[in-house]
Design a protein around this ligand. Structure first.
Ligand SMILES: [Fe+2]
Ligand SMILES: [Fe+2]
Length: 192
């Protein structure tokens, strides 16, 4: 479970392949969620976080062939096959056939989609902040099929089931994780 580089180098690697700010925001969101869940489960925070940070490494350059170039990039950078497998499992049923098996893989599969949904809900709020966002607001928008219609609710529900955690709790954990990078994502602090 050794990583070939530290977090700063991994961010550099991400930025050599990704220049779009929304994609970098997505990568650090998934990273934050992965770090949070690693801590919750008593697992390796740096390792889980890096899987999150680098999971969409080839997306900007190869959106139509997403996940096909990432293994090569990661191998070249010194990552092992376990790491690559974990990264590819996020795209199970979408762009890979790598089924999530480890808990880490089940988590990335779920939070990849859910973190984006949560930030979309936060953007709609008058406060433009994650800091006062509650699970009930996320659940309400989750049921509103017209809101962020492209987000696959069934995938998220299936992911939570795989994780063995109630959807509400997965949402709560993701909100807590995203709050730690509220400013980095361009969200507002709470008004005095
Ligand atoms: Fe992806
Ligand atoms: Fe992603």
């Amino acid at each position: 479970m050794a990583l070939p580089m530290d977090r700063a180098a991994a961010l550099e690697l991400l930025k050599t392949h990704t220049h779009t700010q929304s994609l970098i925001h997505h990568a650090i969101s998934v990273e934050a969620a992965m770090r949070h869940f690693a801590e919750f489960y008593g697992e390796d925070v740096e390792y889980w976080g890096m899987v999150g940070l680098l999971h969409d490494l080839d997306y900007e350059e190869h959106p139509e062939e997403h996940c096909q170039y990432t293994p090569g990039y990661l191998r070249e950078a010194g990552f092992d096959e376990d790491f690559i497998r974990a990264v590819l499992s996020h795209g199970y049923g979408l762009c890979t056939d790598v089924k999530p098996e480890k808990q880490m893989e089940k988590v990335i599969y779920t939070v990849d989609e859910l973190t984006g949904f949560i930030t979309a809900v936060a953007l709609m709020r008058p406060s433009k902040s994650l800091l006062d966002l509650e699970v009930k607001s996320v659940k309400k928008k989750f049921k509103d099929k017209a809101f962020a219609a492209k987000v696959d609710r069934d995938l998220i529900c299936g992911g939570a089931e795989m994780m063995g955690m109630e959807l509400d709790q997965v949402m709560e954990h993701c909100i807590l994780a995203l709050r730690t990078i509220n400013a980095e994502l361009g969200f507002q602090p709470l008004a005095e």
